[in-house]
Design a protein around this ligand. Structure first.
Ligand SMILES: [Fe+2]
Length: 203
């Protein structure tokens, strides 16, 4: 259970004990860090994508960023509603997060998408864990998190659709790092099959 701290108000939402409400609010802090980090990371990719599908990826990312920024606001205001002061400061994100900065810089679109698929993996897994932990105590917070996971999973599918084969395999399957994910889509097979296709059309 949460301990009383200066971060916490003397109230929480009606129907929950102060301890329950503050525990749920505090649990949301790490989700707030994760989504603040995600919207910055998606903007970084929006600015650093290059290559022939630049405009498709560049423009696909902005609506995701806008949606995630909305989730950030909802999370922070839910924390405050529950009597816990939300922290959105950059230093706190860096100090308290449990993951490293996104590691891909200027790179072709599919490389960013393969790496961002892993970013979404981490955020969604932790969001699902958080919603499972609050579900018995606070269905209102659970409902908010369910809506966010639904949106995040939809966006991850947008990413995956670019790196999915016709038989449903992801090119970055089994990789554990963003660098490896980006490398996994630099496949020479793409060039080979393109040559074959051009040859085939000549016949
Ligand atoms: Fe922009």
């Amino acid at each position: 259970m949460a301990k009383k701290s200066t971060k916490n108000a003397d109230f929480t939402v009606p129907g929950l004990s102060i301890e329950q409400g503050h525990a749920v609010g505090q649990l949301l802090q790490q989700r707030l860090h994760a989504l603040n980090d995600l919207q910055l990371t998606l903007k970084h990719a929006h600015w650093n994508v290059v290559g022939p599908n630049f405009i498709a990826v560049h423009e696909m990312l902005d609506p995701q960023i806008e949606e995630v920024r909305g989730y950030v606001d909802d999370l922070a205001e839910r924390m405050a509603t529950m009597g816990v002061s939300p922290t959105g400061l950059p230093g706190a994100i860096v100090a308290e997060r449990t993951w490293d900065d996104y590691s891909v810089g200027r790179a072709p679109g599919v490389e960013h998408l393969a790496a961002l698929d892993l970013v979404y993996d981490g955020v969604i897994q932790d969001h699902r864990e958080a919603l499972a932990r609050v579900s018995d105590v606070d269905p209102i917070t659970e409902d908010m998190l369910i809506g966010q996971v639904r949106g995040l999973e939809l966006f991850q599918w947008f990413m995956r659709s670019h790196i999915e084969s016709g038989s449903g395999e992801l090119q970055n399957a089994g990789v554990r790092t963003e660098e490896a994910a980006a490398k996994s889509v630099k496949s020479p097979k793409a060039g080979k099959s393109a040559k074959t296709a051009r040859g085939a059309r000549k016949k």
